[in-house]
Design a protein. Structure first.
Length: 277
């Protein structure tokens, strides 16, 4: 087994990696870290370097070979060094240094997306990453994080996305007013998901309106969307609660809304057919 090349916690590489735990340094360097074999595998096209323990290198030789083939240097390191770079309690022995990969908002608009998730005022990084994962699973064309939302590259956001961060275009730092106006200009109907909505998701489905290009706005889990943001939308829609639960958490509500749109858009004719009785 190879002798580790990085052995000192004071190594400039280790110090630089640890600085990326802070948003200001991530923004300055336009770099972030991913942890674990699955995340490094998903990040392959965006890797700058890979740090791996000898044991993990032997266990994940396919990832190491793929990283080298992609042009990313792979450096072996001690368990202590990799743990120092990690943000998790139980490091998995492999960390990737990646370039930022967010997409300019105007580029997303030029693609005329049919399904978009807009995260407005979402402050919890785990929620942001999970909604991104839901959007990816539902086949959304893009995700937009407004300037009032959490950092896309927060380690918890990256982990919660479970690789989906690398699967679809994501714009960051977009003012919510610009997000709404731009998506509307791109022919998307803008719908705010909020428990205070006068219409519910069942009605939207029954009337067939979700078959049109749609941008869903999701807000803060604790206090929803501000009135000013709701007022920007074409419609405010709530997820109906048919049982006794008080509410749904943000990620669950987002999954329900996005899948409703995905189903409607994939139905014959682009929307759900409504049967008259």
């Amino acid at each position: 087994m190879a002798t580790p090349e990085l052995t000192s916690l004071r190594s400039p590489r280790v110090t630089a990696a640890r600085r990326l735990a802070k948003r200001s340094f991530r923004g300055k360097e336009r770099r972030f870290l991913v942890e674990g074999p699955q995340a490094v595998r998903e990040a392959m096209a965006h890797l700058v370097e890979v740090y791996v323990t000898p044991e993990a290198a032997a266990r994940h030789a396919d990832i190491v070979d793929a990283a080298r083939a992609a042009g990313a240097p792979v450096l072996t390191a001690t368990d202590e060094v990799v743990a120092e770079m990690s943000d998790t309690v139980t490091p998995q022995g492999i960390v990737g240094l990646c370039r930022f990969l967010d997409t300019p908002f105007e580029e997303i608009l030029r693609a005329r997306p049919r399904l978009v998730a807009v995260l407005a005022h979402v402050r919890d990084p785990g929620n942001a990453g999970t909604v991104l994962r839901c959007a990816d699973a539902a086949g959304a064309d893009a995700v937009v994080l407004t300037d009032a939302s959490v950092d896309l590259y927060n380690p918890k956001s990256v982990r919660a996305s479970v690789g989906s961060l690398f699967h679809l275009p994501v714009a960051v730092g977009v003012p919510v007013e610009r997000a709404v106006s731009g998506l509307r200009e791109a022919a998307a109907r803008v719908v705010a998901a909020d428990g205070a909505g006068e219409r519910d998701l069942d009605t939207e489905l029954d009337e067939g309106v979700l078959g049109a290009p749609t941008a869903w706005i999701f807000g803060n889990e604790a206090w929803g969307l501000p009135e000013a943001t709701r007022a920007l939308a074409d419609e405010v829609v709530r997820v109906p609660i048919h049982g006794r639960a008080e509410s749904l958490n943000l990620a669950t509500a987002a999954a329900v809304c996005l899948y409703a749109s995905a189903r409607a858009q994939r139905a014959p004719g682009g929307c759900r057919s409504v049967t008259s009785t």
